[in-house]
Write a protein of this length. Structure first.
Length: 500
């Protein structure tokens, strides 16, 4: 492979909402496109642009882009672009070691299976698999034990593995893919990037949908990419310039039944999604809108970021710390306290769940939906399958509308008051002030969004989550924090229940 053999193609039409390009002397983008097409991935104009930038080189042989960032809606451009990069590194630039990393083990394995099948199903690529390595039925391929590898003749190697909190240094490679960038933590970057210092032609490709509240790493890439402040960062983001706005109803909660909601604006869908009309079609997105929670649809398909209030984290809860308390694999606790809460507008309600978490922590979960008629039937189901120590609500709040149905169903409940709710607020804020909070959660968007908006007000000597603004429902954080406090009062709690 002679790198001086690259060329500078005519620039393709580009449609990214925000972008920052690098200036290269020559590129292997067209050669990589040929390999991708042979494997069944014919690049469109946007993908060709990404390849030209990502495989662009400087005169000294270094990639023009050290960082390649691709942010877009699900199933539009990211996954195929990653595969194209990996095929290009394997067959065009012949990199010694490429590592593909994703947040979840299942996602990592699926990515490996995709490229393996493309290589094995393409004779001109399969012939380069190293028969001296791998498995009997898959020459040049190793599978299993949470790590998967592809070996080519000449020593080029592609390895797949899931990220862990302590796996940063183990991900050092000539080329590195960080899929699901929204889940990256500063600790990953702090341990990973310095190890690339001595690799002359290193590159890091990061792909993601929009960031969550805890996505500090991805948010940093976004801020630099949109502003164009990092010369060796190629940045391409397809998103909505009017995110979180444009609904006909003031204070729209983006419910699936909402009239004139921006999440149903198909003109926006077409503008945001680079694969619109080619690989992504209206009927599919309409079905996704109805099937998914509004917050998740907004992030995954509209590319609406979950940002701190005013973009600067001015709420009462440290969002970085809150994000660090996520335990996405936590299951619903076998024993728990339930607190029921209804929004002042009665347009939504929440069930706060608190129970034993990992290593003695309190696990907080919520169920939040439109309206309130669903609450009592759901409480009844929870009582049937879990050990519920207490069901509680504040009769002095809008939750009183649930009392007749609770009585009719014969469900006993504890009557709490505003002081108890204030104790819940103080309990959660007190936990967040600790160096090692004794609380964890599963990263639910409905709770995370309210945490981002959380402000408090004083009533006498009591501090309460402030929900006088009816456009901010605050039922999830009130229910969850109060449940956490009530769980802490359970005298029969056995600490061994927390050991998972």
């Amino acid at each position: 492979m002679t790198r001086s053999g690259g060329r500078r193609p005519k620039l393709a039409k580009r449609r990214a909402t925000w972008s920052h390009e690098v200036d290269y002397v020559y590129t292997f983008g067209p050669e990589v496109a040929d390999i991708a097409a042979a494997a069944g991935l014919e690049p469109d104009e946007d993908q060709q642009w990404i390849l030209d930038q990502g495989f662009g080189y400087l005169r000294d042989g270094r990639p023009a882009a050290f960082e390649v960032d691709i942010i877009a809606a699900r199933q539009n451009i990211k996954t195929a672009s990653i595969i194209m990069f990996e095929l290009g590194w394997l067959y065009v630039t012949e990199e010694p070691l490429i590592i593909h990393s994703a947040h979840e083990l299942d996602a990592t394995e699926e990515a490996f299976i995709d490229i393996r099948e493309r290589i094995e199903g393409t004779p001109q690529l399969a012939k380069w698999l190293d028969p001296s390595k791998g498995e009997k039925d898959h020459p040049g391929v190793f599978t299993g034990n949470g790590s998967w590898e592809i070996h080519l003749l000449g020593g080029t190697r592609l390895k797949y593995k899931a990220r862990t909190n302590n796996a940063g240094r183990a991900l050092t490679a000539d080329k590195l893919v960080l899929d699901e960038g929204f889940a990256l933590k500063p600790s990953h970057i702090g341990s990973l990037y310095p190890t690339l210092t001595t690799i002359f032609d290193c590159q890091v490709v990061m792909a993601s949908s929009a960031g969550k509240l805890e996505s500090a790493v991805l948010r940093d890439h976004r801020e630099r990419g949109r502003a164009g402040t990092s010369p060796r960062q190629f940045y391409a983001e397809w998103g909505d310039v009017d995110a979180w706005s444009g609904c006909k109803a003031k204070g729209c909660d983006h419910a699936k039944t909402a009239i004139g909601c921006a999440l149903d604006d198909e003109t926006r869908w077409a503008r945001i999604m680079p694969a619109w009309g080619r690989r992504v079609f209206p009927e599919t997105i309409r079905a996704m809108r109805q099937a998914m929670p509004p917050e998740e649809f907004a992030r995954e398909f509209m590319v609406w970021w979950d940002d701190p209030p005013d973009g600067d984290g001015t709420g009462v809860i440290d969002l970085g710390k809150w994000g660090g308390l996520v335990n996405p694999k936590a299951k619903a606790p076998k024993s728990a306290v339930l607190v029921l809460d209804v929004a002042p507008s009665r347009k939504s309600a929440s069930i706060g769940v608190a129970g034993p978490g990992k290593k003695g922590r309190t696990l907080l979960m919520v169920q939040k939906r439109d309206g309130y008629r669903w609450v009592v039937p759901q409480v009844k189901r929870l009582l049937e399958r879990q050990s519920i120590a207490e069901v509680a609500l504040n009769p002095g709040s809008q939750a009183s509308v649930l009392i007749p149905d609770l009585v009719e169903e014969g469900i006993e409940f504890a009557k709490i008051n505003t002081t108890d709710v204030a104790h819940g607020c103080a309990w959660l804020l007190g936990q967040m002030e600790q160096k090692k909070p004794g609380v964890e959660h599963v990263g639910q968007p409905e709770l995370d969004t309210e945490v981002a908006d959380a402000i408090t007000r004083m009533t006498g000597e009591n501090e309460l989550f402030d929900r006088r603004d009816k456009s901010i429902t605050q039922t999830a954080i009130v229910a969850a924090s109060t449940a956490g406090y009530r769980w802490s009062l359970q005298e029969d709690y056995d600490v061994m229940d927390s050991v998972l």
